[in-house]
Design a protein around this ligand. Structure first.
Ligand code: PEP
Ligand code: MG
Length: 745
């Protein structure tokens, strides 16, 4: 039976190929396909429904139903049996369609005469493209082999649809990947950008889904799998002791040696598919499963299989990562996910980044922010919807992506970019001006940095120094722990670029979401409250000492400022300070020149530190409020979790009152205080922080202009009164009152 069906499906595929090879226009091809499927399967009806838009399916060709209903009959996803196949991605096989759940009678097609129904999803790599249906009058249960044969055909149709085989004269069909789509995600980095898609991992295009000689195809598949195995074994050898990487590679190996996986692909080849089409069919199935699996571990394994299939496809088609294609003009990078090092390699060439996965706090997001490139994360379907070179608008402010936008959207967007450019010009004109408010208060504006790419901003932004240098970024973008000598060179370059301006080097702030690829990941129930930052530094002081040594040597007799992250109690600061003193002693003994001056500060990122003994405030050389962390602990709302994070406004009176209290304590003890969380770079938040008494703000370089521009216009004493009134009224947040004041300026 299998033999028979195999030859049937082979025959079907051969005929299909002939139909595709002719010069017919798109519609004629589709019509021919339905005819020959109905003929080969011995059914009265064969129809192809394709997506018109995200929600609507359209009958695009039929043999057996009313011809007039082609391009007229439409249904929503989920509606009727066809809609159900499209929604679930699952086959429906029923001998008695009219009594099946969800059956919808469509008089225009005359389909009530047909009893049996077999609906097969047309999908490619997890992307639903339509539904292939056969129907017949007799009450017939289609055999598993018939279903299988049609699945193969559906896959070929998907492939051909993707290649645009059905587009053309006479086809009223709206081809996929041509209409405009608005995709929603989450803001990773604000800003607007227009450009063209550059796929980080270009799709492999299977141009020839059919093959004449199955034996040749078996051989090709076998050779490719062998090559893949060798490659995976090699990667495993060089992965060293990295457990996570080894785990992924083990999964690769498991699949590469999996008999079931090979057998299924060989069966597909026996039925007339080319080796690459067989691989892609398996990959599609895995993607389909991935969409339905909830279990995180299983999802990851399926995603490993997906990567593995991509590698195999590249070997088979010879389409490497380097396709020889040039970056388009104004490239917008699109990827499922990307590591910080890879993103850095593209650097400032990119105009924007869109990630299908990713998160706001991911390392890639940190890099994108440092590079000031608009970034939208969690944009579902972008890697399947977007094609290389597609026109795209990235709206980082609203976390939205306009793919292949229509003209009105483009012009509105360009207006927005032009307005931003104008504003940027205004900011340039005030670059050299100090930020003095209407009531004569000076606010120092510093920048946050962490990458070499940030350094030119010290000149361009008008920053008076670096208020926060996140040293962990240099650790995160590497595959192995940097050496002390490398760090010395790096820190020297930073200090040189600063040309005497103060740079606050924050020691390694790892843990929580910042996991070094070469360090054993901690399995903690709550990493944000876990072993991170200074806690790691004090428990395992080796790296901290190395870093301190590197900083002292880089200072080379000049001034040095060091800051410890995430200090939660006085004692931690004391211990860290002792480490600094010991390192200074050691360096002295080794004959190294010592810094001309040394400041050792702490970040105030936990509420507990705000209530530390006054003695702490006296001992510490300076404090910087890490508002991002402080806020998440103050409100007990994870900074990475959009759902809870958004509930609590930074201008909430409790939070501002807490800031005010810290300011008061610093005033009493004479401790220099700054604020270096993201809020420092948001103009409205920044002026309110200034009104609470903060006189030093450290922010992304791109924010300095907008913040300064607003500071120049406000009267801090007035603003403070407005905030006090709102507090006395019992407002939850002072935002509405502040906004009203600002509008009146
Ligand atoms: C903060 O927590 O506010 C901060 C500046 O540090 P990071 O964002 O690197 O945790
Ligand atoms: Mg922090």
């Amino acid at each position: 039976m299998v033999e028979n069906t195999e030859s049937e499906s082979r025959k079907l595929l051969v005929r299909l190929r002939e139909a595709m090879a002719g010069d017919d226009a798109g519609q004629a091809r589709l019509d021919k396909i339905t005819q020959l499927i109905a003929d080969s399967m011995g059914t009265e009806v064969c129809s192809i429904y394709l997506f018109r838009d995200e929600e609507t399916l359209e009958l695009c060709a039929t043999e057996g139903l009313n011809r007039e209903s082609v391009h007229q009959t439409r249904m929503r996803v989920g509606e009727g049996l066809v809609g159900r196949v499209a929604r679930t991605g699952k086959v429906i096989n029923t001998p008695d369609a009219p009594s099946a759940r969800g059956f919808r009678y469509m008089p225009e097609t005359g389909e009530e005469r047909f009893s049996s129904f077999l609906g097969i999803p047309i999908q490619r790599l997890g992307e639903m493209m339509g539904v292939l249906v056969v129907q017949s009058k007799e009450t017939r249960d289609y055999s598993a082999d018939a279903v299988y044969a049609l699945e193969v055909v559906a896959m070929v149709i998907a492939e051909m649809t993707e290649l645009g085989a059905f587009v053309g004269e006479g086809s009223a069909m709206s081809p996929l990947h041509q209409h405009s789509v608005l995709l929603k995600g989450i803001t990773g980095q604000e800003g607007a950008a227009e450009g063209h898609i550059w796929l980080h991992e270009p799709r492999v295009v299977v141009t020839n889904p059919f093959a004449d000689d199955p034996h040749r195809e078996f051989e090709r598949l076998q050779e490719a799998v062998d090559e893949l195995r060798v490659g995976v074994d090699k990667m495993l050898q060089v992965s060293g002791g990295n457990k996570e990487q080894a785990q992924v590679l083990e999964t690769y190996r498991m699949f590469a040696n999996s008999k079931g996986w090979m057998r299924r692909m060989e069966e597909d080849i026996a039925r007339g598919l080319s080796a690459e089409a067989a691989v892609e069919k398996e990959q599609s199935l895995a993607r389909g499963r991935m969409a339905q699996v909830q279990d995180a571990y299983l999802r990851e394994r399926l995603s490993d299989l997906d990567d593995l299939s991509n590698r195999l496809l590249r070997i088979l088609t010879g389409q490497g990562k380097d396709t020889g294609a040039e970056l388009p003009e104004n490239p917008i990078l699109v990827a499922r996910n990307i590591g910080p090092a890879e993103l850095l390699e593209y650097g400032r060439k990119l105009k924007g980044v869109i990630l299908e996965e990713g998160s706001v706090g991911s390392h890639a997001a940190i890099v994108a922010r440092a590079l000031a490139i608009p970034l939208v994360v969690r944009v579902g379907r972008i890697t399947t919807e977007g094609l290389n070179g597609d026109h795209v608008l990235v709206d980082g402010d609203h976390g939205a992506v306009h793919l292949r936008p229509d003209d009105p959207v483009v012009s509105a967007f360009r207006d927005k970019i032009a307005m931003q450019a104008q504003a940027q010009e205004r900011y340039t004109s005030i670059r050299e001006k100090p930020a003095v408010t209407k009531d004569g208060q000076t606010v120092n504006l510093l920048m946050n940095a962490g990458l070499m790419a940030d350094l030119p901003s010290l000149e361009n932004s008008g920053a008076e120094g670096v208020g926060l240098f996140r040293t962990e970024l240099q650790f995160l973008v590497r595959n192995q722990m940097p050496k002390r000598s490398e760090l010395v060179v790096l820190y020297q370059r930073v200090m040189e670029a600063a040309r005497g301006k103060r740079v606050v080097f924050r020691t390694l702030d790892i843990g929580s979401d910042k996991v070094l690829p070469y360090m054993k990941p901690q399995d903690e129930p709550n990493p944000a409250l876990g072993w991170r930052a200074i806690r790691v530094g004090l428990d395992k002081p080796g790296v901290m000492r190395m870093q301190l040594q590197a900083l002292i040597r880089a200072a080379n007799g000049g001034p040095l400022t060091v800051m410890f992250p995430f200090v939660a109690q006085f004692e931690e600061y004391r211990q860290a300070r002792q480490e600094v003193d010991k390192t200074i002693e050691r360096e002295k003994r080794l004959g190294h020149v010592l810094p001309s001056s040394l400041e050792v500060g702490a970040m105030l990122e936990t509420p507990s530190l705000g209530f530390a003994p006054l003695r702490f405030f006296e001992e510490v050389d300076f404090l910087s409020i890490g508002g991002n962390d402080l806020k998440q602990f103050f409100f007990a709302a994870d900074r990475e979790n959009e759902r809870v994070r958004k509930r609590y406004d930074s201008l909430n009176v409790s939070f501002l009152s807490f800031i005010e209290r810290i300011v008061e304590r610093c005033d009493i003890s004479g401790t220099p205080l700054s604020f270096c969380g993201e809020d420092a770079g948001r103009p409205i938040e920044a002026v309110c922080l200034a009104a609470m008494g903060i006189r030093t703000l450290s922010m992304r370089p791109a924010s300095i202009g907008p913040v300064k521009s607003l500071l120049l216009r406000v009267d801090l004493a007035e603003l403070r009164n407005i905030i006090s009134d709102a507090r006395h009224r019992g407002d939850q947040t002072v935002r509405p009152a502040v906004m009203e004041y600002l509008r009146g300026l």
